[in-house]
Design a protein around this ligand. Sequence first.
Ligand SMILES: *[C@@H]1O[C@H](CO)[C@@H](O)[C@H](O)[C@H]1NC(C)=O
Ligand SMILES: [Zn+2]
Length: 180
Amino acid sequence: MILILTLGVFVLTATPIVQGQRDTRAYCQLYDPTNRNRVHGRLTLHQQYNTPLVQITGRIYGLRPGLHGFHVHERGTFGRNCSNAGQHFNPFNQNHAGPSDAPRRHVGDLGNIYANNWGVANLAIYDHYIRMQETRQLSIIGRGIMVRADPADLGRGGNDESLKTGNAGARLACCQIKTY
Ligand SMILES: *[C@@H]1O[C@H](CO)[C@@H](O)[C@H](O)[C@H]1NC(C)=O
Ligand SMILES: [Zn+2]
């Protein structure tokens, strides 16, 4: 009897939350539905097994120089000029904020990317709040990434929209996060 009980506890605690004991690698191929792919680029995402850090690297071309809001959205579908991707991914029902405001931010709030004078953004984002090795509901796999026309105000804009979307303007390009 004691043996069975012990075994039961062991099985429970040994059940992993992660989806496999390997690093998770994914990519996201940006698509610009309104400007014939003027904004384009490919992002690579990597999370080491059992560590909370997700790395996003890549290059995005065709941007206006300066800052552009950059967020993970609920869905990886892009009909209606990326509108079908929905809102910022927000499983914990928080307000819009900046990346360093975690856990008081949308999980998808990755802040802004910076495009140089040639309109190129070189990305090296390290975020410890988004996840690729979680249950489907919390994982960003299959969801969308969105690049915006304007800078996100990170929830500091002083109006309702700031706490919802960050006032980052039009949806320039989007992609679906897919594992290799
Ligand atoms: C998508 O954007 C283009 C260009 O701005 C516009 O002409 C078209 O009506 C938009 N489509 C939808 C479904 O909003
Ligand atoms: Zn947000």
